[in-house]
Design a protein around this ligand. Structure first.
Ligand code: BTN
Length: 253
């Protein structure tokens, strides 16, 4: 694996990684920052990235996948992060579709996959896998509005972790699972993902990217496509390929 580029401070490791990828950085190249000043989350949200408290890293990948299969990289990465945390931190994370990492019902990390344009020769295509994890911070490292719903590895284990060691472990697993994805397809990976599915058997709101709300029961991930299956109160099945899932504990059955 190429040595990652370590940065003390940057705006967003995904932004730096895009420049490196456009300049020809190879599959597996990576950027890790101690702090980000403009960390990005999904849906244009900010990702607060205080120095030393978290892991803020991006892996550049050039997988041998059809363009329509790039969407599978998110779930594959979620599984890779979970496997690394299980081994190194001795915890059992849960995965919230499509790409949130939870521990004991609180969000501990997220994944933001961005891609190149899919025009021109396929050798130039790439994906940027941005990983953010709350690692060594105490409660006060989390913004007040997130202190009840988010957590850190330190709060869950009372241990501190070496962030670059954790990133290496995650990167190894991401690259290994991507090799498996391209060689064997997604079924075995999504089977393992399903064992960690936080929404399975739970009632929640799915907000579609078109802004429509569907309230339904989580039925798991489709093993071929990675779409999430939801059964609404009328018994109608929906397949989510995008959008946001919000568990609503007050309405849970
Ligand atoms: C989310 O849950 O919304 C995804 C958060 C992803 C954050 C990471 S931190 C490293 C990389 N650089 C960014 O700007 N974002 C991702």
């Amino acid at each position: 694996m190429p040595t990652p580029l370590f940065l003390e401070t940057t705006d967003s490791t995904n932004t730096v990684a895009r420049e490196l990828a456009l300049a020809g950085a190879p599959h597996g190249a990576a950027v890790l920052a101690r702090q980000q000043t403009a960390g990005r989350g999904r849906w244009g949200r900010n990702w607060l990235s205080p120095g030393g408290a978290g892991l803020y890293g991006t892996i550049i990948v050039r997988p041998n996948l059809a363009v329509e299969d790039y969407a599978k990289i998110s779930l594959t990465t979620g599984l890779a992060v979970s496997l690394a945390l299980e081994e190194i931190c001795r915890i059992q994370p849960q995965l919230k579709w499509p790409n949130d990492i939870y521990i004991n019902g609180r969000k501990c990390g997220g994944i933001l996959v961005e891609s190149s344009s899919f025009q021109g020769p396929a050798e130039h295509y790439f994906a940027l896998i941005g990983i953010g994890l709350n690692v060594n911070g105490d409660t006060d490292s989390l913004p007040p509005e997130l202190q009840k719903t988010a957590t850190t590895l330190f709060l869950e284990t009372r241990q501190s972790f070496d962030i670059s060691h954790l990133f290496t472990a995650i990167r190894q697993r991401v690259l290994h699972l991507l090799t498996q994805l391209t060689a064997e397809g997604c079924t075995a990976i999504f089977d393992q993902w399903q064992e960690r599915d936080m929404l399975d058997g739970q009632w929640f709101h799915w907000l579609t990217s078109a802004g429509v709300q569907v309230y339904g029961l989580g039925m798991g991930v489709d093993k071929n496509s990675g779409a999430y299956t939801i059964c609404d109160a009328e018994g109608k099945y929906h397949q989510a390929i995008s959008g946001d899932m919000n568990l609503s504990f007050s309405e849970r059955e």
